[in-house]
Ligand binder design. Structure first.
Ligand code: ZN
Length: 379
């Protein structure tokens, strides 16, 4: 443990209080302005220069991303690093009433807790406060506080990267214990399929109809589902269509996804979906319209990279060992890597995120803040 970090009752009480205060501020996706204001004030108090980009206008939300900079000691030749957490939380995320039960914080049971990602916000703010106490001048630092992470990383997708200089990034946002480093995450592609057949009366002249339900059904027996290989998954999660029992169904809409740590495999699997729907449409006389969009690209950060080496030191300073893992979900780290900032996700200890059972141990909150402090100090 760094000599300046004292894990005493005072620090714990401060972290619990800050966590609860931030969790109480409503911040569902597209509605992050209130929490953004609170965080902005804290960053200003800590000596950051803060600006808000126009991501909010671009995605239809009421706040942009916060981009904060600490110029740092000009004499030092340390390079800037980027710390990141997100403002939004999944529903039901309004009116959160956090409660401390033993050494763990829970919601009251009818909302999420929002530790995803309030724990990340607290880690960065408290880590900065601890670093300030340890040293009066700090190495250069950038902080990105993003919006709409839970909506396909839209905030970091529309972030103004011209404002960032860092080449290393740390995203405080993984549902794993402190010490786990998410060194890789997949490419994620969403697709929409419309099957367009022809309506007819189901009892009088069904022979004149072309059933979109039947065409979709035939394709669904052939498309990949679940684990395609150990690095790839595929799913169709939504299907919608039809007007009435007695009409040969004219239209069906399906929504699916492909994830893979290998971009080429992701494209190949996507191609299979497209082909199956096209072939079955051709067989039945229907039409298939297929549209895909890449939500984010995969990344893999090497064990020997500067980013992982700095983490290894920081984690050993707080007495935790490092474990590198791959995740099958995206975080803002995917977008940062795509923009030339070598970034990893960090376990910050929240559990059962995206459910009303979500919780976080106070020990993990302390560890996450201490980790942020050591990264800021480059210990
Ligand atoms: Zn998150």
């Amino acid at each position: 443990m760094h000599s300046t970090i004292v894990d005493g009752p005072k620090l714990r009480a401060e972290l619990i209080e800050e966590f609860c205060n931030l969790a109480r501020v409503d911040s569902e996706p597209y509605e992050e302005a209130d929490l953004a204001e609170v965080i902005e004030r804290s960053l200003l108090e800590l000596g950051f220069e803060v600006e808000r980009d126009n991501a909010g206008e671009r995605i239809g939300g009421n706040s942009g991303n916060l981009i904060a900079k600490l110029p740092g000691n000009r004499c030092s030749n340390a390079k800037s690093i980027l710390l990141c957490a997100h403002l939004d939380r999944v529903p039901p995320g309004k009116g959160v009433k956090p409660r401390l039960d033993g050494d763990r914080i829970y919601s009251s049971g009818d909302t999420v807790l929002g530790a995803d990602d309030v724990a990340g916000l607290v880690a960065i703010l408290a880590g900065m406060r601890m670093a300030r106490k340890a040293q009066s001048t700090l190495p250069p630092l950038e902080v990105a506080i993003t919006v709409c992470e839970e909506k396909g990383l839209q905030g970091s997708r529309h972030l103004d990267y011209s404002k960032l200089q860092s080449k290393m990034g740390f995203v405080f946002d993984a549902a794993r214990p402190v010490g786990v480093v998410i060194a890789g995450a997949p490419t994620h592609i969403k697709f929409d399929v419309d099957i367009i057949g022809r309506a007819a009366h189901a009892g009088i002249n069904p022979q004149d109809g072309v059933s979109a339900v039947r065409t979709a059904g035939a394709a669904l027996t052939r498309v990949p589902f679940g684990w395609v290989d150990e690095n790839t998954t595929a799913n169709i999660g939504m299907i919608r269509g039809g007007e009435a029992m007695n009409i040969v169904c004219e239209r069906v809409h399906l929504v699916g996804e492909v994830r893979s740590h290998d971009d080429a495999v992701a494209e190949r699997v996507l191609g299979q979906f497209k082909e199956c729907f096209a072939e079955e449409a051709a067989n039945s006389g229907a039409r298939a319209e297929f549209e895909a969009s890449t939500l984010y690209r995969s990344y893999r950060v090497d064990e020997k990279s500067d980013t992982v080496q700095l983490l290894r030191r920081a984690l050993s300073s707080i007495g935790r060992s490092m474990t590198l893992e791959l995740s099958n979900g995206g975080t803002d780290a995917n977008q940062f890597n795509a923009h030339g900032i070598e970034s990893v996700g960090l376990g910050i200890g929240f559990e059962q995120a995206h459910s009303t059972r979500e919780s976080i141990a106070v020990d993990e909150l302390v560890a996450a803040a201490s980790l942020a402090c050591c990264l800021i100090l480059r210990d």
